[in-house]
Write a protein that binds this ligand. Sequence first.
Ligand SMILES: [Mn+2]
Length: 251
Amino acid sequence: MYVMGDVHGQYAKLVGVLQGAGLINERLAWSGATEHLWFMGDFVDRGPEGLGVIDLVMRLQGEAAQVGGLVGALMGNHEPLLLSARLFPDKPAGGPGGTFLKDWEMNGGVAADLAGLTDRHVEWLVGLPHLVHLDGRLFVHADALFYYRYGRTVAEVNGALGRVLRSDDVAAWDQLLGDYSEHGAFRDAAAAREFLATYGGRQIVHGHTPVHRMTGRPAGEVRAPYVYAEGLCINTDGGMYSGGPGFLWAL
Ligand SMILES: [Mn+2]
């Protein structure tokens, strides 16, 4: 099993990393056979080709499934941001831009991604899980505690957040997008331990906060996940949009 952190529109880097691991070939077709590949969310924004990344992941998901492999993806927070800009561009929102469209733009929104987004993309995106158990670990996009407010089990959280994203409840969307401004909650190992006790799993695997921001090392040097909180947490966000080369974590 391989895990890919936050891609943020870095299509060319993603292709290079996947080819380097033999998961796709020179024609960009799935060549990973029965291997499993999971993405941590945040496909879009801050980088030029977010929709290209989503299209690639959606296609590889189908190709892998045909040969007994698996491509899975978690929901990030930039996917809801993009969806909110599509649903209610001019409605007032709580971020610094004042509207959902302006807040998305200020968070690195790329006009071509919004323009190219189809119902098929939207349906795929809103169906992505927010929390998932894999290999005895708890995979979640954000290193944040706000998930507690949406439920005390993985199924409850996925259900509640899925309902928000399938609704036109502007206040609920605004609340959720604001919730994601939380970062770094698991630096406190006790908080990580309680999160795992609540939702299950022996380790938290997350993205959302680039490793270089936690370690203070240059983004260009980040080629492996960052293990912290007494080994309870694994940060997979290579900071690809701010100079990180991108990497796959092989379990
Ligand atoms: Mn994020």
